[in-house]
Design a protein around this ligand. Structure first.
Ligand code: AHR
Length: 310
């Protein structure tokens, strides 16, 4: 063998070694809801960064809040023959068909964060998420204590038909139903956005003569509450003082509002989901086995008083 051929052989061997050392072990498709609010972009960033540290080739698809986009993305992942698919579903319904297509192609599907309602639970491996119902209960229990069980409430709902909007409402109502003098007097969807929350609160302010008799605002997420805070301040009201403010997510902007006394409590929804979900997905890909249908990520309640002590 000539010296040149020998060197070329060594170089191509080294190149092969180097490329296999860096080749991603798994390719995973992730269909994300969109980028509404502050919590979801933090969740997307975590999924992308955590995938890199684990050597996962993540195909990320932002559905811009549209289920049709998610269905398209999942079908594209199937066509690309990814090793696994993770979906954070916009709404709970409408998933049977596409999940059947993934199953026929032997591609396991995992749910992150939000839930689906399907006829056959074997269409997905497991869901890794917080307990939205518990979050609603924690918000309701905090409010029952803070108002001594006496409270007319305005509610800002999340995206209609989404798991967190459905479950947070149910959990909250389950708790306040134990108190005869606690009731939701106005409720409307602000679609989990700051602008949506502001618009909804402006409408509530108009309809209730400047929130007369209203003791609390329960928002299904912090961003709607932040919009509600703006609307209340523009109307000359003092959120956190005139009206108790309780919401979900515990994003940095609500921490500031808690410190400023403009919000009173927020239930934390962890955004670092990668560290919970990727080990489950990769272990499953190495050795497929039956898993519980729901792996729960814990939730914590944060109050203005506790926030000042941190
Ligand atoms: O699915 C979780 C919810 O979706 C978060 O509470 C909200 O901020 C997000 O958009």
């Amino acid at each position: 063998m000539s010296t040149i051929k020998l060197i070329a052989g060594i170089v191509s061997g080294v190149t092969l070694l180097a490329s296999s050392a860096f080749a991603a072990e798994y390719t995973i498709g992730f269909s994300q809801v969109g980028d509404e609010g502050d919590w979801r972009p933090a969740f997307s960033k975590d999924m992308q960064e955590d995938a890199k540290t684990r050597g996962i080739d993540l195909k990320f698809a932002d559905a811009q809040g549209k289920q049709e986009e998610q269905l398209r993305a999942v079908r594209a992942f199937i066509a690309q023959k990814v090793d696994a698919i993770i979906i954070a579903p916009v709404v709970v319904t409408g998933w049977d068909q596409v999940l059947k297509e993934a199953k026929r192609s032997n591609i396991p599907v995992f749910l992150a964060d939000r839930d689906v309602e399907v006829t056959d639970k074997s269409l997905f491996v497991t869901r890794i998420s917080a307990d939205f119902n518990l979050e609603g209960k924690l918000a309701g229990a905090w409010l029952a204590a803070a108002s001594k069980g006496n409270c007319d409430i305005v509610e800002l709902q999340g995206t209609v038909g989404s798991a967190p909007a459905i479950e947070r409402k149910k959990g909250f109502e389950a708790v306040i139903s134990n108190f005869p003098n606690m009731k939701i007097v106005k409720t409307q969807s602000g679609d989990f956005t700051t602008e949506g929350g502001k618009k909804v609160m402006e409408a509530f302010i108009k309809a209730t003569n400047n929130l007369e008799g209203i003791c609390a605002s329960f928002a299904h997420n912090d961003n709607m509450q932040l919009g509600a805070i703006q609307a209340m301040k523009e109307a000359g009201l003092k959120p956190g003082k005139d009206v108790l403010m309780v919401s979900v997510d515990y994003v940095p902007a609500i921490k500031k509002a808690l410190d400023a006394g403009e919000a009173n409590a927020s239930v934390e929804l962890r955004s670092a989901i990668g560290k919970f979900i990727y080990p489950v997905v990769t272990d499953y890909l190495q050795a497929p086995k039956e898993l519980p249908k729901w792996i729960v990520i814990p939730s914590d309640l944060h109050t203005a008083a506790a926030s000042k002590m941190q």
